[in-house]
Design a protein around this ligand. Structure first.
Ligand code: G3I
Length: 361
């Protein structure tokens, strides 16, 4: 009898310790190490908000961004119909646990519903119709979450990829010219005067794109458009940006009186590519010790520059929680596994995590 009891106790202990081993907890989280610096955030979907992923979020982060749930397509699928379910579940989770939320996003050339750019006869919408839609959409979404979402990416990615052009030749631009950017910020400020309004962009550290982004921000600031901050998306790689490029970028935007946030951070183990393509014959995607070390070096360098610039940088958000799921597994090469984050496929902190939190406060 005694043996059975001892055996049962042993099995329970092993069981408990296995559970503990699977719980992705470090003694302190990113948010604690960086509490004197900036908010530490993560992009999430509703399915991340329970079980071990929720534990990891609560242990590590103090800010959430909905990865897709608040984009116009998902949240406003038909003209007279909003789909609040996913966005509500993220905001409710954040409220319940005392996390901040960044709203993402209100005006973009991607992930719009089919009806958005068409009128009731199926023809291209006029500028006036688009502005009415934009106004009503921004008011509906921002009012619903007023006081619960502290910052919004109002306009996303308006600069063209081609350096010969200034703004992207999107339907927004074709129908409204550059004025749609101003309108979006004006409506957003009217809807929630307390929300911090962001322009959000990628590849902003590449000198040429930085100049065009600066030109846009300066134009908006000079015209007193209510934009208060810039989001550097930070879809970076082990090859870029350099410390000097990042430093210059942050300080250049700060010189306009803008706050800066890193809004979509991940550090790919592959060089950046814009166009989607298939996996090439013989192309491998092993996460070698050499690549891991390069990634550690880049993450350390990046966080050193961010800490140096803490008076301008108010938040850092990772784009996805762990290497278990990253949008970079499907982009630009479908099915090419990437490992761009600080937690591994089992939600455990990687070596790079310990390097990022190892600094003198
Ligand atoms: O929800 C549908 C589902 O119903 C459908 O069956 C399935 C079939 O493909 O697609 C699902 O939608 C996908 C959606 O993610 C949700 O998973 C879309 O196809 C897919 O294109 C979409 O990708 C998102 C992408 O934005 C769209 O451009 C990524 O998850 C998201 O991480 C990514 O985020 C963007 C930022 O918003 C802006 N900056 C760049 C960043 C990375 O592209």
């Amino acid at each position: 009898m005694k043996k059975i009891v001892t055996l049962t106790a042993l099995l329970c202990t092993v069981g408990i310790s296995m559970c503990i081993a699977q719980t992705p907890k470090t003694t302190k989280g990113l948010k604690d190490y960086y509490d004197k610096y900036f908010y530490m955030g993560v992009a999430v979907a509703p399915q991340n908000l329970n079980g071990p992923q929720a534990d990891l979020i609560l242990n590590q982060f103090n800010s959430l961004t909905p990865e897709n749930a608040m984009k116009v397509g998902p949240i406003h699928p038909r003209e007279n119909e909003y789909n609040w379910r996913d966005a509500d579940s993220i905001v409710n989770f954040a409220q319940h646990h005392g996390l901040r939320v960044r709203g993402h996003n209100l005006c973009w050339h991607q992930q719009n519903p089919d009806w958005w750019f068409k009128d009731s006869t199926g023809k291209q919408a006029t500028k006036e119709l688009l502005y009415k839609r934009l106004h009503d959409h921004i008011f509906a979404v921002m009012k619903r979450y007023q006081g619960k979402i502290y910052a919004w990416d109002v306009v996303n990615e308006a600069i063209d990829d081609n350096p010969d052009n200034f703004l992207r030749n999107s339907l927004w631009y074709q129908i409204c010219g550059d004025e749609f950017i101003t309108k979006a910020f004006e409506y957003a400020h009217e809807a929630d005067p307390k929300a911090i309004l962001f322009y959000n962009e990628y590849n902003t550290e590449r000198p040429e794109k930085m100049e065009r982004t600066y030109k846009l921000m300066k134009k908006l600031v000079d015209a007193k458009v209510p934009v208060q901050a810039i989001g550097l998306q930070a879809h970076w790689s082990i090859y870029e940006p350099s410390a000097a490029e990042l430093r210059t970028t942050i300080q250049k935007f700060a010189s306009l009186g803008l706050k800066v946030q890193i809004t979509e951070l991940d550090i790919s183990i592959f060089p950046w590519e814009k166009e989607r393509r298939a996996l090439r014959p013989g192309e491998t995607f092993e996460y070698t010790p050499e690549l891991q070390q390069k990634q550690i070096d880049k993450y350390k360098e990046v966080f050193a520059v961010l800490r140096e610039n803490k008076k301008y940088v108010t938040g850092v958000t990772f784009w996805n929680i762990s290497d278990q799921y990253t949008w970079l597994d499907q982009y630009p090469v479908r099915g090419r596994k990437n490992h761009p984050l600080l937690f591994d496929e089992k939600l455990q902190p990687k070596k790079v995590f310990y390097e990022v939190v190892n600094f003198k406060k």
